[in-house]
Write a protein that binds this ligand. Sequence first.
Ligand code: GDP
Ligand code: MN
Length: 480
Amino acid sequence: MKYNLVAPIAAESLEQQKLIFSCGHKATNGSSWGGLEKTVFANKLAAESGNSFLKIKNKIVSEIGLNLLFLWHFLTDKRYTTMNIHEYQGKEILASYGVRIQRGIVANNPVEAVAAAKQLTAETGTGWHVIKAQVHAGGRGKGGGVKLAKNLQQVEEIAEQIIGMQLITPQTSAEGKKVHKVLIAEDVYYPGESETSEFYMSVLLNRSTGRNMIMYSTEGGMDIEEVAEHTPHLIFTEEIDPAVGLQGFQARRIAFNLGLSGNAFKEMVKFVDSLYNAYIGCDASMFEINPVLKTSDNKIMAVDAKVNIDDNALYRQAKIADMRDIREENPIEVEAKEVGLNYVDLDGTVGCMVNGAGLAMATMDLIKYAGFEPANFLDVGGTADAKRVETAFRIILKDPAVEAILINIFGGIVRCDRVAQGVVDAYKNMGDAIKVPIIVRLQGTNAEIAKELIDNSGMPILSAVQFQEAADQVKAALTK
Ligand code: GDP
Ligand code: MN
């Protein structure tokens, strides 16, 4: 994942951007854009721009302060408050809410795949089967992760081929995702009285209106981003009033706009209603069904299911919480979560250890302005003692791309000298494990004592007090 600068987006103009930078990083000593810093920052901005202090402070509070976390999510395209599940799990949920689905059985190996195919034939009468890779990424069809088998021998061969493969799709990284299991599904594109058609449908939260909405299109089966780009008039939306819920006329309007009539129309109305109930019932943040299929005998069913669940609701969604598959997650992120660190893996080479999300983003911006890319987002939180610093070091060093580590801690509640001692102790404990330069910037209570502590430690740790100084040291360390 790539990190984008926060400051330019938060500012309205280039001038303001520069100000945010000079003020954010110098007037506040570059510490977190927390309460006190915002005040100092606003004062400085007001003096330089001639605007009133209050006006600017309100703007900062509303646009930068409160929205920092949201901005972070938005800019990195990472919603770490959602949990992903597999297609087969999404379909199980849908079926339990009465949504018609393409039926299937999960298999972990070719033998199970053949048994699953036989069972499906017995239950549904299907002759052909689709073998679908179960990974947390879309676009599997394009990557060779969805294939049709016309007999049991083909089921076995295709399962053999897909299970264990590194599946590369437009939505995975370049190395792809390892496939651990497949879904053996009934073929639902059989010929019949009418043509089959594929639609797109998703239920999600519209953040600008604060309402759930159903987004749908006649252009199913393909990338919705592409439809949005080239034929936006073929995408429709239906917003749901939270006070009354989804209304019958809305479901009928959807079926009508999709060009359906007769039995298919009736089925679509029921489909939309059940899908919306599933979305609400699971505390989901998204249900995306692409394609929704109209079969040749005019049934409406979900062929695919991409489901995101709001993390914050997992305490009351125990069944869904159990669906978590950590093999699909970044292993370093999983480990960090277990030890209570807020860590997000990024593409760059400069590892960051910071306290507070705001300061973390300012630090990542700084790294970018120095001409480098951050390797991670890591918020160690308020208690940066030796143990925690060491844990954070170990987590950062697991990423082989890391070439330098920048520690940027604001000692507000925690004293800088204690953090410095923590860094020195951690370094001693880890001995040879640390092979990259470390730059430490401590600002706040006892910052000078902390710097002395580090400088006199005899450890190869570089110290800085000013924000810019730290950036210069990162640059010097990496351009040697
Ligand atoms: P995605 O590529 O990850 O979005 O996976 P999908 O579940 O959407 O499947 C990809 C494509 O496979 C669909 O758009 C269909 O065109 C095709 N497909 C899925 N199920 C069947 C099936 O039962 N029979 C046939 N012939 N094609 C299918
Ligand atoms: Mn799909």
